[in-house]
Design a protein. Structure first.
Length: 342
């Protein structure tokens, strides 16, 4: 390279990198951070570092809190999945008790997230049945609210929660205050047999508006109603009491947590919807007087649709016939007896 070329290259470098700055210095950005300093320690405000992880009890309580109060759908689902894994392990991990878990997670039956509701059902199925049945009254309240929800997805998923409750607490469900009357009312509402303010008491209404369901959903609803009626009016097997049973009935402390609730010693005045129907005859009387007519009309309409709906309607009709046969017979005998007296 010649001397002239070297001189041109040096001049070009000098032009690109001037030795002297001209004018004002460019202003710094608003988020500029000076990193030229040196420090021997880093201080993190309101945080702590620990080499020991939280124990299982604290993790369980933390996830239970996230499942019931988090605003993030994915976070609620993941927290419910963690609780399910702990309850399904051997041995199960449950440091707070079944009733405390249910009081926190039952409101999630109407959760807006479908994955969270699906995970909630798995969590409920992992709970011990003999412990979960003590929260039957709280569970059916949230399930009925979910069944009548305006969202079709929430309403349909609530049927799965009702199936779980029927598996867990069949006899307890039909005997609690409002368990029989209000649940039958809910079935009538979601299937289009709505209550009326007329003198007749009840009327059948077409399934219109946001509560209109597909054929498969209607068939599932009628199948669940058939199972509910079977549980509520199953035949009572007579048992010959022994001498020990007699004294146990007089002096032994009841093991039912609500043994004397039917007396309503400390509650307010109940209406018919909140009454406890603890006997088969009482439930037959309510069904015959309030629900038999609209249900029968709905069955006749459903049979005409055929398919899965028609088969479910036929099954429901057979259940009503079997369970109400002895009630009708006893009613006829009573009427004939009164006519003979007159």
């Amino acid at each position: 390279m010649g001397s002239s070329a070297k001189k041109k290259k040096e001049k070009k470098k000098d032009f690109q990198k001037p030795k002297y700055k001209v004018g004002k210095t460019a202003p710094k950005a608003s988020n500029f951070t000076d990193t030229s300093f040196k420090s021997r320690a880093i201080v993190m405000n309101q945080q702590s570092l620990s080499t020991a992880a939280p124990d299982v009890v604290q993790q369980f309580k933390h996830n239970l809190s996230l499942a019931s109060s988090s605003k993030n759908d994915k976070q609620r689902r993941d927290a419910l999945a963690y609780l399910t894994s702990q309850l399904s392990s051997q041995p199960p991990v449950n440091p707070v008790g079944t009733n405390n878990i249910l009081s926190k997670v039952l409101p999630l039956i109407s959760d807006r997230s479908t994955p969270a509701r699906s995970q909630l059902l798995k969590l409920l199925q992992a709970l011990p049945k003999d412990e979960a049945k003590h929260s039957t009254r709280e569970a059916i309240t949230f399930i009925r609210a979910g069944m009548t929800h305006l969202s079709a997805d929430i309403s349909n998923d609530s049927l799965g929660f009702l199936e779980w409750l029927l598996d867990v607490a069949d006899d307890d469900l039909v005997g609690i205050p409002g368990g029989w009357f209000k649940t039958l009312t809910t079935f009538c509402v979601i299937m289009g047999w709505s209550p009326s303010s007329s003198a007749a008491g009840w009327t059948s209404a077409p399934r219109t508006g946001p509560q209109a369901k597909g054929a498969q959903v209607l068939a599932r609803q009628m199948s669940l109603l058939s199972r509910f009626i079977q549980i509520g009016m199953k035949p009572v097997i007579p048992v010959i009491p022994s001498r020990q049973d007699y004294w146990d009935n007089l002096y032994r402390i009841p093991r039912d947590p609500h043994a004397f609730e039917y007396l309503n010693l400390f509650g307010g005045t109940r209406d018919e919807a909140n009454e406890m129907h603890t006997t088969r005859e009482a439930r037959q009387e309510v069904l015959s007087r309030k629900f038999l007519d609209p249900i029968s009309k709905g069955i006749e309409r459903a049979k005409k649709e055929g398919g899965a709906v028609g088969r479910a309607a036929t099954e429901l009709d057979q259940v009503l016939t079997d369970r109400m046969r002895d009630y009708t017979a006893s009613e006829l005998i009573t009427d004939q007896y009164l006519l003979d007296l007159w």
